[in-house]
Design a binder for this molecule. Sequence first.
Ligand code: CA
Length: 227
Amino acid sequence: MRILVVEDEHLIANSIKKGLEQEHYAVDIAFSGDDGFDLACGEEYDLLILDLMLPGMDGLTICRELRQKQIHTPVLILTAKGQIEDKVSGLDAGADDYLTKPFSFEELLARVRALSRRPQNMLGTVLAAEDLKLDTGSFRVERNGRNISLSAREFSLLEFLLRHAGKILSKDQIINHVWNYDADILPNTVEVYIRNLRRKIDLPFKGQKPLIHTVRGFGYRLGENYV
Ligand code: CA
C-alpha cells in the first residue's frame, strides 16, 4: 500500500507519515497542492490523503481534476472542524471520505483501512441491484432508466447499502460508515435518511419490488437476502 499525503502543515504531514510507516504503509508527502497533483498524476498510489487548504492548487480542485483525468485513486480529505459544506463539496468533487481536524491517529488509521479495502475497480464504476444503478464516478443514480436526484449524504448511504446488498446492516454500522466521526448523529437520523431514500428509490416505482427492507430489531437490508 502506497499512500500520498498532501498537507502543507509539516508537523501534521510528518506525524501522519511516521504513524502510517509504523503500520507498514509506504508514504510520500507533498507540501503544496501543485506538487501533490503532479505526484498523484504521475505515480501509482493506493490512497491520497488530501488537505483542503493548501498553497497552490487547493484540495477540492486537485480532487476534481484527478477525477476528470479518470484517476480514481481513493481520496480521504482532511477538513477543518465544523466546516460541513467542505465535506459535502469534497464528496461532490469525488472524494471518498473525510476526516475532521483535529483527529486521532486511530481515527485516521480506521479510515485508511476502510478505504484500502475498497477495490479500486469499484470506484468510478456502476453498482447495481435489480433495476437500480448507482455510478460512483458521475454520482448518477437511476432506477428503471429514470434518473434519481440524491443529496451527497443520501448518495453515500445508498452506496453503502449497495456495496453490502443482501446483507443486514445495523444502524451503528451505517452511522460508522456513512456519518463517520461526526459527533451529533442520533440513531433516528438513520431512520430519517432511510425514509427519504425510500421516497426516492422505492415509492415512485409502484410496479417494482421495494429494494429497502427494514429488518425489525436488526437494521436494514437492500435487495433480497441472497448472501
Ligand atoms: Ca493546510
